[in-house]
Design a protein around this ligand. Structure first.
Ligand code: SF4
Length: 292
């Protein structure tokens, strides 16, 4: 599933995080292409809709409008996405979203960076036979230093725990590395921002600025190559070790019922509750290039 005919392996942080959290999960989603038929639940749908609103808020075309128009376009993006996925409840509904977005836009109305591109897709050769892919939420330029910054929006109901922090740190290293490759100069981007929107009864809006040195990025490249090689080896003998510590970590694993299902009933459960959708690291996106 992962291999192209020339043995090039395309990988992204999502696949790597599945591998590192539970090999069985990696197998179900990445190799077997199993996607649960459950609709995008309220929490996920709400987060995705706020995320879409932020995409529009930072779109340079939206930034060029006046404040009122910019906020209206941002809310409209939320409504359109929420209409597709949303199931309202007391915590997640249109009123809450408007309040969250109003507070967010007021708090961050005066940024120290200028948005350049939103939803930046990339597919970069990591080695001669590994392509690393992904999509950055925003590339912006720091007005003071003129350097590029990667911004990643994180919408969730709580701050991430240590396992998720590690996964996100890995993701950010990949983004900074990719932004350097895309910028074609290797020095214009060395930092990234986690842009948290924590949606609780008292929403929080936090930024964490993180930087990467050349040495740290070189370590990330080495570690990623090692993980990909592990995956390649495991692929040959179908290693799908269950890491049961992750079954209910943060939220219930989508594959719990399938994992607990006796072998003889598994095919029927898959037919009833899953769709096969081949995993693709990168489906669409704007390929970004930065002038020297
Ligand atoms: S239910 Fe647990 S063991 Fe099974 S795939 Fe999910 S995390 Fe892995």
């Amino acid at each position: 599933m992962l291999e192209l005919s020339d043995c090039t392996l395309r990988i992204d942080n999502y696949a790597i995080s599945q591998w590192l959290t539970c090999r069985r999960k990696f197998w179900f989603r990445i190799i077997d292409g199993l996607v649960p038929n459950t609709p995008n639940g309220t929490a996920r749908g709400f987060g995705a809709s706020i995320h879409e609103a932020l995409r529009v808020w930072y779109d340079p075309a939206t930034c060029a409008t006046d404040d009122k128009e910019r906020f209206a376009l941002t809310c409209n993006a939320f409504y359109a996405e929420w209409a597709k996925t949303g199931v309202e409840d007391a915590m997640r509904n249109t009123k809450v979203a408007e309040s969250v977005l109003r507070q967010y836009c007021a708090k961050w109305s005066l940024e120290w960076f200028d948005p350049i591109h939103v939803e930046v897709g990339f597919a970069m050769p990591l080695t001669s036979d590994i392509i690393y892919e992904g999509r950055m939420d925003l590339i912006a330029r720091d007005r003071a230093s003129d350097k590029l910054i990667v911004v990643d929006h994180k919408t969730s109901a709580r701050k991430p725990g240590s396992v998720m922090q590690e996964i996100k740190a890995r993701q950010m290293s990949g983004y900074v590395w990719a932004a350097q490759q895309l910028s074609d100069v290797g020095v214009l981007c060395n930092s990234a921002i986690y842009n948290y929107v924590i949606i609780t009864t008292q929403p929080q809006y936090e930024r964490i600025l993180t930087t990467r040195t050349r040495e740290q990025l070189a370590e990330w490249v080495d570690a990623t190559i090692r993980i990909v090689n592990e995956i390649r080896v495991a692929n040959t003998f179908e290693d799908c070790y269950c890491n049961q510590e992750m079954c209910n970590m943060y939220s219930r694993c989508d594959y719990l019922e399938l994992c607990n299902c006796p072998n003889g009933s598994r095919a029927a459960l898959i037919a009833h509750k899953f769709t096969r959708k081949p995993w693709s690291a990168f489906e669409q996106g704007l390929i970004f290039s930065e002038e020297k």
